[in-house]
Design a protein around this ligand. Structure first.
Ligand SMILES: NC(=O)c1ccc[n+]([C@@H]2O[C@H](COP(=O)([O-])OP(=O)(O)OC[C@H]3O[C@@H](n4cnc5c(N)ncnc54)[C@H](O)[C@@H]3O)[C@@H](O)[C@H]2O)c1
Length: 437
């Protein structure tokens, strides 16, 4: 959250472990870049593309800067948020940017409230950036595609199965309309990751036997309730901590690692999964999510992949992917060798260029819009989201969850019509007692 400290514009999703040197290189901070003494040489101006931003928090503001950096024709044309202070601070950051202020033309298209989306979609924006908490993503994606806009939607693609399936359907509509539906699963736009997974898919380690992925991070801050704040406002300001809003950290944050498991497996559907999880440090804290998960996904042929994710303070952080094949092992990020394959016959080390993956994903989106060959991430982004929900469901219930069973889930976590008022907090799930629904 950007509540108190603008430096949190750096992406909280990328763990700041020393071992993450490559990621640190790849991940820029658009806000910080804006303050560099040496101005970057301007790119030649392209024809304008009007962009709207919904969700003016840390990631949304960062995404607006990424879009401005990625394409010299991008104009920020409208912004919206349910909270007025977020709209103001985001607008001020954009309008005070030395480098980009000439392409920030918001005028009176600044919208506050739950109807900000509808009001923004009624303008002539061509592209919408959706960076609100995950609970709102399905409805917002569906409405944006219906309105004929190209969409950049942050990850995850929903917090429950019905929501993710809504985005799946919207993705098909987007294809019919040749609209972009781009996800914020940013590692898919990281050049070293692309190169490693390409090697794996080309057979550099033979058939995959096992994958082990970690997303061991620190807890997110929480903000005390202020006088006059409704349940909704207070929960939204603390959205990471509430199951209905963020989907728990396995779905909201470790979904990046789940997505990389899915990437390695070429979008193969897992047959079933089982998991453990709990609330070791958070026992008395705000909200109702777990702080650790361990999940086993089983695939056809007995291939198993393992995910460990936690949000603990005073403990080491780690964000690594290890892909073990019949003929070698790929190490991606994390401790030890990074973007390296150690094989039976030869070793491979990534020595290509590095690029800010957040800007790169926007470069690809706008290039696609300009060429008419739009990027549509729906299939794998929905599957990665569903796999994260599957792991959460297995941990919450203690059951073995098959893919078929997962898809029968009708559980909808949030209120049908969100509004600034009361929102009940559901009890912390308890394995063996919480039922699949
Ligand atoms: N790809 C990445 O590496 C990455 C990094 C950080 C965050 N994210 C994702 O970005 C999203 C936002 O995260 P954040 O860290 O910016 O959170 P944030 O709390 O800083 O910002 C979210 C903003 O959305 C606003 N909002 C909430 N509900 C809304 C609604 N219905 N309509 C309009 N505005 C609404 C909030 O008021 C807030 O300003 C999340 O899905 C998160 O998972 C992705």
């Amino acid at each position: 959250m950007t509540e108190t400290n603008p430096s949190t514009y750096e992406r909280r999703d990328v763990i700041k472990a020393g071992a993450m040197a490559t990621a640190a290189l790849a991940v820029g901070n658009a806000f910080a870049q804006d303050k560099q003494a040496e101005p970057v040489a301007p790119k030649p101006a392209l024809p304008p593309i009007k962009v709207g931003l919904l969700g003016c928090g840390g990631r949304g503001t960062g995404a607006a800067f990424d879009a401005l950096q990625a394409d010299s024709g991008v104009v920020i044309h409208a912004i919206g948020d349910i909270l007025g202070d977020r709209v103001k601070s985001c607008r001020s950051n954009l309008e005070n940017s030395v480098e980009y202020k000439d392409r920030v033309k918001i005028g009176d298209r600044e919208y506050t409230g739950f109807d900000a989306l509808e009001r923004m979609l009624a303008t002539d924006i061509e592209v919408i950036l959706l960076a609100t908490p995950p609970a709102f993503r399905p409805t917002q994606v569906v409405k944006s595609i219906e309105a004929g806009k190209h969409v950049f939607a942050e990850k995850p693609f929903g917090v429950d199965v019905p929501g993710a399936l809504q985005i799946q359907a919207a993705g098909l509509k987007a294809k019919e309309k040749n609209l972009s539906l781009m996800s914020g699963f940013c590692w898919r736009s990281s050049l070293p990751e692309r190169a490693v997974y390409e090697q794996i898919h080309k057979g550099a380690i033979g058939n995959i036997r096992t994958i082990y992925a970690t997303y061991n991070g620190s807890p997110n801050a929480s903000f005390a309730r202020k006088d006059g704040q409704t349940d909704m406002e207070w929960q939204v300001r603390n959205w990471f901590h509430f199951l209905w809003l963020g989907g728990d950290h396995i779905v909201e944050q470790a979904c990046h690692s789940v997505d990389k498991l899915n990437w390695a497996m070429n979008n193969q559907t897992p047959l079933r999964c089982w998991a453990v999880g709990g609330r070791a440090q958070r026992a008395d804290g705000v909200g109702n999510i777990y702080d650790h998960f361990g999940v086993t996904y089983e695939y056809k042929g007995g291939v198993r992949s393992f995910l460990q994710a936690r949000q603990w303070e005073n403990c080491p952080t780690d964000n690594t992917d290890y892909v073990y094949g019949e003929k070698g092992t790929a190490f991606i990020n994390g401790w030890g060798p990074s973007h390296v394959i150690k094989g039976e016959s030869a070793n491979w080390v990534y020595d290509g260029p590095s690029k800010n993956m957040y800007v790169h994903e926007h470069e690809e989106m706008f290039a696609g819009i300009r060429s008419g060959k739009v990027r549509n991430d729906t299939e794998w982004a929905v599957q990665s989201t569903l796999m994260a929900i599957m792991g959460r469901t297995a941990a919450y219930t203690g059951e073995v969850i098959t893919w078929e069973k997962l898809l029968t889930s009708t559980e909808v976590l949030g209120p049908a019509v969100p509004a600034m008022g009361e929102v009940a907090v559901t009890p912390v799930p308890r394995p063996g007692y919480t039922k699949f629904s």
